[in-house]
Ligand binder design. Structure first.
Ligand SMILES: Cc1cc2nc3c(=O)[nH]c(=O)nc-3n(C[C@H](O)[C@H](O)[C@H](O)COP(=O)(O)O)c2cc1C
Length: 192
């Protein structure tokens, strides 16, 4: 099998992490990987806030949704933020900032995986209080928080559902539900 596909398969949004500190040099390497992502006209629309200060971390963790309790041990959270004007805005309505940020996030997560880290992106948080704590200006969107941590085999901190998911194989729709040849073919079950 292709080495690249193997590396992509190794990345998982796992939840069993420890509070073992992540050195700043490691974080800088992750950010360098993110920053090598392509972007429209090389606009580089990604803005990261690396959160490793214990007080700031605990404020951010207070604004996670209940379901993201598992992120509490994380010693490092990367907030990824952007705004439309940082990237291409095509007059027919296409805006590219979130797309660019997605690619940067994936570079970062792949690099983290290669270093033996879990890097798990989440949308389950209250945006306003976290933007306040991190002093992110109003016109920026906090697109995701990437929860970082070293993995552990100890699943005792996870809910039953999450314990099962941690051990479950990859869950993906069949390939031909998300791709088609030569004309668009929406998958049955796609929402409007
Ligand atoms: C934009 C985004 C938001 C997500 N939000 C959450 C979240 O709030 N909590 C969580 O536990 N996982 C979250 N995830 C992780 C996904 O559930 C996970 O990527 C998906 O189930 C596929 O699993 P895999 O990444 O291991 O292949 C999020 C992923 C993405 C890309």
């Amino acid at each position: 099998m292709s080495m690249m596909l193997k590396a992509i398969e190794r990345r998982r949004a796992r939840r069993a992490i420890t509070d073992r500190p992540i050195p700043r040099e490691t974080t800088e390497l992750l950010l360098r990987a993110a920053h090598l992502a392509p972007s429209c006209a090389n606009n580089q629309p990604w803005r990261f806030v690396a959160i490793d200060d214990p007080v700031t971390l605990s404020h951010v963790k207070e604004s996670l949704t209940q379901g993201n309790y598992w992120a509490k041990p994380s010693p490092l959270i990367l907030a990824l933020t952007s705004k439309p004007s940082l990237d291409c805005q095509i007059p027919d309505g296409r805006e590219y900032h979130a797309f660019g940020c997605g690619m940067a996030a994936m570079n970062l997560m792949m690099q983290a995986t290669e270093l033996g880290l879990i890097a798990h992106p989440i949308a389950g948080f209250r945006q306003a209080p976290i933007k306040d704590v991190l002093e992110i200006p109003p016109e920026y969107t906090l697109i995701t928080l990437i929860i970082l941590g070293y993995p552990t085999d100890d699943l005792s901190g996870l809910s039953e559902k999450h314990r099962a998911e941690e051990l479950a194989p990859r869950d993906r729709r069949p390939l031909m539900e998300i791709a088609s040849w030569n004309h668009f073919a929406p998958a049955s079950g796609d929402k409007d």
